[in-house]
Design a protein around this ligand. Structure first.
Ligand code: GLU
Length: 272
């Protein structure tokens, strides 16, 4: 080998090693750090929100992350994300995973990977009870609030090209605009809308209406091409389901005696 080729082989080897080590071992990194860093929502009851008494972020997705951290034997650190910031934050390595009402969309697969579905949702509308709006058709020529970076804002544009979508950083901001009469509806996943509605001082003033605008199955967002970590998360979710721990967590946040009752009517994908 002449000098040029020797040099080239060295550079290539270094590159392969660098790329390999950048991708390898999120699991090892988490364990040696002693901490799982999860990107979660902090204003979406009951998925992830700040508890008024304790000032801590709590919720259904927080408990799922805590169960994953427990399986790893590490602490859990929560980092608030928005619909727009969550994928860039994962790509930059600022968080290890995303548990933030994020729909598993094939187009999002370009940047990150996903776990199996841990919560199935569909998109609907939140309106003032006496508004007369009962479906997407009624939104023609009207303003609708949603969140930046969400599938909700994309879906509604397709479902009702004649409406004007006003996008906010978070859903509570969209709800404030609804209260102020700046938009006539807020659109996103029905369980998020239920969280907003039932957290309001006067829930009966608001109604969740309309057809299912889109199917929105939630998956945990994971770094691209780290199959060991993805296997761990998938198998852990299945173990939580099989052991009944998932159902316990679900019942705590969505059970009949909670503020946000949603019957558990689906079954997680379980690999034999
Ligand atoms: N599930 C939808 C999404 O992933 C809407 C909820 C959200 O913005 O977090 O975009």
């Amino acid at each position: 080998m002449n000098g040029f080729w020797k040099q080239t082989v060295l550079v290539l080897t270094a590159l392969i090693l660098a790329v390999g080590s950048a991708h390898a071992g999120k699991l090892e990194a988490i364990k040696s750090r002693g901490k799982l860093v999860a990107g979660v929502k902090d204003s979406q009851p009951p998925f992830g929100y700040v508890d008024e008494q304790t000032r801590q972020i709590v919720g259904f997705e927080i408990d799922l992350c805590a169960a994953l951290a427990k399986k790893l034997g590490v602490d859990l650190e929560l980092k608030p994300v928005t619909s727009a910031t969550r994928i860039p934050m994962l790509e930059q390595g600022a968080i290890d995973l995303i548990a933030a009402t994020m729909t598993h969309k094939i187009e999002r697969e370009e940047k990150i990977d996903f776990s199996i579905t841990y919560f199935p949702a569909t998109q609907k509308l939140l309106v003032k009870k006496d508004s007369g709006i009962t479906s997407v058709a009624d939104l023609a020529g009207k303003k609708v609030g949603s969140a930046k970076g969400s599938t909700s804002e994309q879906n509604i544009k397709k479902a009702q090209p004649a409406c004007e979508v006003v996008s906010f950083e978070t859903y509570p901001e969209a709800f404030l605009a609804l209260k102020q009469g700046k938009v006539v509806a807020v659109t996103t996943d029905a369980p998020i809308l239920l969280g907003i509605r039932n957290s309001d001082d006067n829930p009966d003033a608001w109604a969740i209406v309309g057809e299912d605008i889109a199917a929105e199955p939630y998956g945990i967002g994971l770094p691209e091409n780290d199959s060991d970590f993805r296997d761990f998360v998938n198998i852990s979710l299945m173990e939580l389901w099989k052991s009944g721990e998932y159902q316990k967590i679900y019942d705590k946040w969505f059970g009949p005696s909670t503020k946000f009752p949603i019957p558990l009517t689906w079954t997680m994908e379980i690999w034999p």
